[in-house]
Ligand binder design. Structure first.
Ligand code: AR6
Length: 337
């Protein structure tokens, strides 16, 4: 997954570079800066002393010393002064300049803290949006694994409006679900037929004859097997006039995994990967369900994850990174692979 949101202490992350939310002296401080210097040891401070500071919105690189990363990229975020003093542009610049340095130093993976959102007071929801926007557009042009590290889940926020809209959407659907489940159970008893579990459905189960239909022999049954997940994916990419790379990048899926799916007609993706592609292709809810079925999955109202996906599709919001922010806020698995 090219862009992942993770809950962790950034000093523990094993990757090529971690980013430090420093101040313009680059000589250490509190927050994540203090934690990074402490874990790296005195060598980091000595190297920082030779850098001559750093301007707000810029970035400089050092070694990682005792940290489990090769480099530390030090960037200076803006102090929040109400939002009308160029804070957003400066914060965008921090992410852009840090990514530029990471690329220059051939980093395959880099981890960011939520710059400026602590001591410097940048409100967390807009700080996260800036981070996700800059990183995701960088990833459209570049191959890199980027971790957005959230230290304190309680401090993690998506916009309040989005959070409450999704929450009430979930609440409404959960109510429906209990009613539906009861009806379905009654119907199942009446028809004396087993119900398929809502989660994993055998890919071909949907096309096999039901008891009410005329039974088919094995050969004709096999003849009814639809195109596979991978075939449907490639067909849809063509129909939408997308290139492969536009599609897997928009899906937050790694290039290597996409090649695997492309070359294996029977590839079985995970549910989060299958949905990520449906989102990248901007499929309707019905088409999404169809595509999931090819991979052996269903969307149901029996879990929050599915309802959140449904919320975004019915609102025609196909930004996988925004969806992931929301999924993270609700403690769900993220889309992509
Ligand atoms: N791992 C990941 N994230 C962390 C960690 C950690 N170990 N510790 C804190 N955070 P801040 P700023 C999160 O204050 O707002 C320093 O004194 C934290 O929850 O570290 O850019 C510098 O020297 C918050 O979301 O950085 C500067 O003077 C985010 O990191 C000043 O603070 C950033 O919080 C910079 O302030």
């Amino acid at each position: 997954m090219p862009l992942q949101i993770v809950r962790n202490d950034i000093t523990k992350i094993e990757c090529d570079a971690i980013v430090n939310a420093a101040n313009s002296t680059l000589l250490g401080g509190g927050g994540v800066d203090g934690a990074i210097h402490k874990a790296a040891g005195g060598g980091l401070l000595l190297e920082c002393m030779r850098l001559g500071g750093c301007r707000t919105g810029q970035a400089k690189i050092t070694g990682g010393y005792n940290l489990p990363c090769k480099y530390v990229i030090h960037t200076v975020g803006p102090k929040w002064k109400g939002g009308h003093n160029g804070e957003k542009e400066l914060l965008e610049s921090c992410y852009r300049e840090s990514l530029k340095l990471a690329k220059e130093y051939n980093c395959g993976s880099v981890a960011f803290p939520l710059i400026s959102s602590g001591v410097y007071g940048y409100p967390k929801a807009p700080a996260l949006k800036v981070a996700m926007d800059v990183i995701s557009s960088f990833l459209l042009e570049n191959d890199m694994l980027v971790y957005m590290v959230i230290f304190d889940k309680a401090a993690y926020q998506i916009s309040e409006k989005l959070f409450s809209e999704i929450k009430s959407y979930i609440d409404d659907r959960y109510v429906d679900r209990h009613r539906d489940a009861r009806l379905e159970r009654m119907r199942a008893v009446q028809m004396s037929q087993p119900l398929y579990g809502m989660e994993r459905v055998h890919p071909q189960a949907a096309s096999l004859p039901t008891a009410a239909q005329k039974p088919l022999d094995l050969e004709s049954a096999l003849g009814t097997i639809d195109e596979s997940f991978s075939e449907m994916l490639l067909r849809k990419i063509d129909e939408k006039g997308m290139t492969d790379s536009q599609c897997y990048k928009k899906a937050n899926v790694d290039r290597k995994l996409f090649s695997k799916i492309r070359s294996d007609v029977h590839y079985h993706p995970s549910k989060t990967t299958a949905i990520a592609f449906a989102i990248a292709l901007e499929l309707s809810l019905e088409e999404t369900k169809d595509m999931l079925m090819k991979a052996g999955f269903a969307l149901s109202h029996s879990n929050k994850f599915d309802i959140i996906i449904e919320y975004f599709i019915t609102n025609s919001n196909y930004n996988v990174f925004e969806i992931n922010e929301a999924l993270f806020a609700f403690d769900q698995s993220l889309l992509g692979a």
